[in-house]
Design a protein around this ligand. Structure first.
Ligand SMILES: *[C@@H]1O[C@H](CO)[C@@H](O)[C@H](O)[C@H]1NC(C)=O
Ligand SMILES: *[C@@H]1O[C@H](CO)[C@@H](O)[C@H](O)[C@H]1NC(C)=O
Ligand SMILES: *[C@@H]1O[C@H](CO)[C@@H](O)[C@H](O)[C@H]1NC(C)=O
Length: 827
């Protein structure tokens, strides 16, 4: 059978349906044909199936008629009677989705006209794949969509039918969706919640499969865009931001930029920045840009106030989700603080006698900077005797390095400089004023080595002699000089009875009137003492020189002043003119001109007979004595000194021109008229005897001495006409017993014709027995009038080889032995 030939490759169930169809179309021909057969494929042998004679086909003009203007899909092979395809037959375009697709052809035979209906069943072949309308299905699903939500997908289309149509779908495996197909409704079911931030787009491949063999499929990409929800807070890039900022950074310096990202989108992802809680202390120091997150300096950053800042920064998204981060700003030090020097203690003033190395003060140096910026070196630059000794930490001791002397430098300004080790270094300095306290280390020093004062005698008590002055460079009472007299004695009297010194001014005053004749100079010692404790002192010698004033009249020693004189000179009758008959001896207690005496005869019995040497006092005859001359001659001699004004004294000289003392009757008359007491006379006689004896003894001794001198110096130019035998019995006026007291200390110049001294008495001065003031008050007149006065007697022997001078001090005692060794005799 032709069917069997035609369908060897067909599946069995096609073949079965073909047989069923063949039997159903009874009388007509029915064929089954798979679509898409090649042109010329044999569908069936109509001649045979109709039982027609093939030879007649041509003659009967067998042909196929199609209804309408439809394409001729088939043709008939007249030679074989085969129905063949002349055109490819596509079931889908012929019948679309109709379950059965039949092409009806009329077979027309002529002669006789015969019409057979031929039904050609076009069988579906799986030649179409399932197909989605688009290649891409875009979906938008909110990320907060709940689980189980369904999202419809347009189903796939397959032109084939039946089994060849879409049978099932396959969804690519994914985390979120599963596929639900129900009654050809394809839906995506949310199985796991979406998170836009994790996956903002999901692409799913959906495959539609048909049931044909071979199976065909079609795919579509489902693009799911997850829509955002503000489900994310901003997230800072770092939990802690650290920045380093040099102090004193200028305003608007960007310290750091914080940044936070928000996984959300749009407003949900717009982060604005701000500070969280900021301590009041640095609330104005920084600002944050809300948009960019830049933190800037808006105040003065001082390392010394705060060396680090810690603050919270918040990032906030549009809908108010906030997160925080910490910002730590470490401030680095800049050497912007100079060291500061504090004076912690100071011994002020310091005594000048502190030993070198004494701690005077303590300073402390501080620098607010840190590290090397606070390493400080301290020094004293000036040339002062102080140095710094580092002590613990930043403490230094100010220590003296040398001996101080307030008298040289009393104040120091010690400038201490401190320099830190920053770069550039900063330095500061402090001046410490230090005073040096005085120590009484300088004694007063007199301006001169010694002082001399000159004063005329008879000065007024209280007159200024001179002034001494001493300097003491010490301070205040340590340098206050007080003058005082050192105790001592002058002529046996305390020095204070002579002079006094003004303790403050050093002016030396005379306390009493001085007598040149008593002493010509004396020395006092003045001490200058300061008021320190203990005081220091120094001494100086003040020599007081007393100059002479003509305050003493000449004193006539011989002849004795009138009233007490028993002396009468004997002039030999044979005396020639020019013979020395006597001599007026006068002394003057003054000195120099004041003691230069001149002698004048002011009155005489016979003015032409005698003359007197102006300076020698020698009385000489002017002419030979004649018998006519009166036996008794009387001369009044005036003795004047040369002072200004000059003082004078007069005396009477009794001359007896005689060769024999016995011839003089008046002499007996004028013998000592001591008649009042016989006892006194006896006493006197006894004493005179003793004295005479002693004097004789002395004379002998001295005479022996004189003889030994080879060339004795002559005292007088001429002979002194004093009889050696003449020795008045009462030259020494003595009474009582006692010690010889020498009352005066002066040189007695005997006027012997020359101004130079011929005799000099150096009388020792008995300090002990005679109160000085008592003697000093004695005036020369007292001296003369004193009954117990001294007598100087000049005895010259005739040959002028020996001259013996007695000086008798004021004698209170008859013990002449006492005065002898005390009075040195000089020639
Ligand atoms: C120390 O300083 C004071 C005040 O500046 C000044 O009066 C004084 O003369 C100075 N002393 C010295 C020794 O420089
Ligand atoms: C005088 O010196 C003494 C030490 O010798 C001292 O204690 C005293 O303070 C000084 N006086 C004055 C006024 O400086
Ligand atoms: C001054 O003299 C007094 C008394 O003689 C004596 O004690 C003192 O040491 C003397 N002073 C000096 C500095 O010579």
């Amino acid at each position: 059978m032709t069917d069997k030939e035609l369908l060897p490759l067909r599946p069995i169930f096609c073949l079965a349906s073909f047989f069923v169809t063949l039997h159903l179309v009874h009388g007509d021909l029915s064929y089954s044909l798979s679509e898409e057969m090649k042109r010329g494929s044999v569908i069936g042998n109509v001649a045979k199936d109709l039982g027609l004679d093939l030879r007649t086909f041509v003659s009967r003009q067998a042909r196929l008629d199609f209804e309408g203007t439809r394409k001729r899909y088939c043709d008939i092979n007249l030679n074989t009677g085969d129905l063949i395809t002349s055109e490819r037959m596509d079931r889908e375009s012929l019948c679309d989705k109709k379950p059965s697709c039949v092409v009806k052809v009329d077979l027309v035979l002529e002669n006789p006209l015969e019409l057979h209906r031929v039904s050609i069943h076009v069988q579906d072949v799986n030649d179409n794949s399932p197909k989605f309308r688009e290649n891409l299905i875009a979906m938008e699903i909110h990320e907060l969509a709940d689980k189980g939500n369904r999202f419809s997908i347009e189903e796939a289309h397959d032109a084939d039918i039946g089994q060849n149509a879409v049978q099932r779908y396959n969804l690519q495996k994914n985390d979120h969706f599963i596929l639900s197909v129900d009654n050809n409704r394809v839906e995506l079911v949310l199985d796991n919640k979406l998170d836009r931030e994790k996956q903002k787009e999901i692409s799913l491949l959906l495959t539609a499969l048909d049931g044909g063999s071979p199976q065909r499929s079609g795919t579509v990409v489902i693009h799911v865009t997850v829509l955002d929800a503000n489900d994310n807070a901003p997230v800072f890039s770092q939990a802690v931001y650290k920045a380093n900022l040099p102090e004193n950074s200028p305003l608007d310096t960007i310290v750091i930029k914080v940044s936070a990202t928000d996984a959300d989108e749009g407003v949900n992802g717009d982060v604005t920045y701000d500070f969280g809680h900021v301590s009041d202390m640095y609330v104005n120091l920084f600002s944050i840009n809300p948009k960019t997150g830049e933190i800037k300096v808006t105040g003065v950053i001082d390392f010394e106030e705060s060396n680090s800042f810690e603050m919270r920064v918040q990032g906030k998204d549009g809908l108010g989700l906030i997160s925080y981060a910490k910002v730590i700003i470490d401030v680095s030090d800049v050497n912007d603080n100079a060291p500061v020097i504090y004076l912690k203690s100071l011994t002020n003033p310091i005594p000048e006698n502190v030993s070198p190395g004494t701690e005077v003060g303590i300073i402390n140096v501080q620098d607010r900077d840190s590290e090397t910026n606070r390493q400080v070196r301290c020094s004293i630059q000036q040339n002062v005797p102080f140095k710094l000794v580092p002590s613990i930490k930043n403490y230094y001791s100010v220590v003296s390095t040398g001996q101080l002397d307030r008298e040289l430098v009393s104040d120091y300004n010690i400038t201490i400089t401190a320099t830190d080790e920053g770069s550039p270094p900063l330095s500061s300095s402090k001046t410490v004023q230090l005073s040096v306290a005085d120590i009484n280390d300088n004694p007063p020093v007199f301006e001169e080595q010694s002082y001399s004062a000159y004063v005329s005698e008879n000065n007024k008590p209280g007159s200024t002699l001179c002034s001494v002055s001493a300097r003491d460079p010490d301070w205040r009472q340590n340098g206050t000089v007080v003058y005082s007299l050192l105790s001592g004695e002058v002529n046996g009297a305390p020095v204070s009875s002579y002079v006094s010194v003004n303790g403050d001014t050093g002016v030396i005053h005379a306390v009493r009137s001085f007598d040149y004749e008593q002493f010509r100079s004396f020395k006092v010692h003045v001490m200058a003492r300061d008021n320190g404790s203990p005081p220091l002192s120094s001494n100086v010698t003040v020599s007081v020189f007393i100059s002479d004033v003509n305050d003493n009249s000449p004193q006539i020693l011989y002849p004795a002043p009138e009233g007490n004189s028993f002396m009468t000179e004997l002039v030999p009758k044979a005396a020639h003119g020019g013979s020395l008959v006597s001599k007026v001896i006068a002394v003057d207690a003054d000195s120099g001109q004041n003691a230069w005496l001149s002698y004048h005869i002011v009155k005489s019995t016979d003015p032409g007979l005698f003359t007197i040497g102006v300076h020698s006092g020698e009385i000489r005859t002017q002419r030979d004595i004649s018998e006519s001359d009166s036996m008794k001659q009387n001369l009044i001699v005036s003795v004047k000194d040369n002072g200004q004004p000059s003082l004078s004294a007069t005396c009477s000289m009794y001359l007896l021109i005689s060769d024999n003392l016995a011839e003089v009757p008046e002499l007996k008359d004028i013998s000592y008229d001591e008649k009042n007491s016989k006892l006194t006379s006896y006493l006197i006689i006894a004493l005179v005897c003793v004295s005479t004896f002693f004097l004789t003894f002395i004379i002998i001794i001295m005479g022996v001495r004189f003889c030994r001198r080879r060339k004795p110096r002559l005292l007088f130019d001429g002979a002194v006409a004093i009889p050696s035998a003449y020795l008045p019995p009462n030259y020494a006026d003595v009474d009582g017993t006692g010690t010889l007291r020498s009352a005066y200390n002066y040189d007695a110049y005997l006027t012997t014709g020359s101004r130079t001294s011929d005799f000099k008495f150096v009388s020792s001065y008995n300090d002990n027995t005679l109160p000085a003031d008592q003697t000093l008050r004695k005036s020369p007149t007292d001296f003369c009038r004193d009954k117990k006065r001294l007598m100087v007697s000049l005895l010259a022997d005739r040959n002028l080889t020996r001259t013996i001078v007695f000086f008798q001090g004021r004698v209170e005692s008859a013990n002449t032995g006492l005065w002898a060794p005390r009075h040195h005799l000089q020639y």
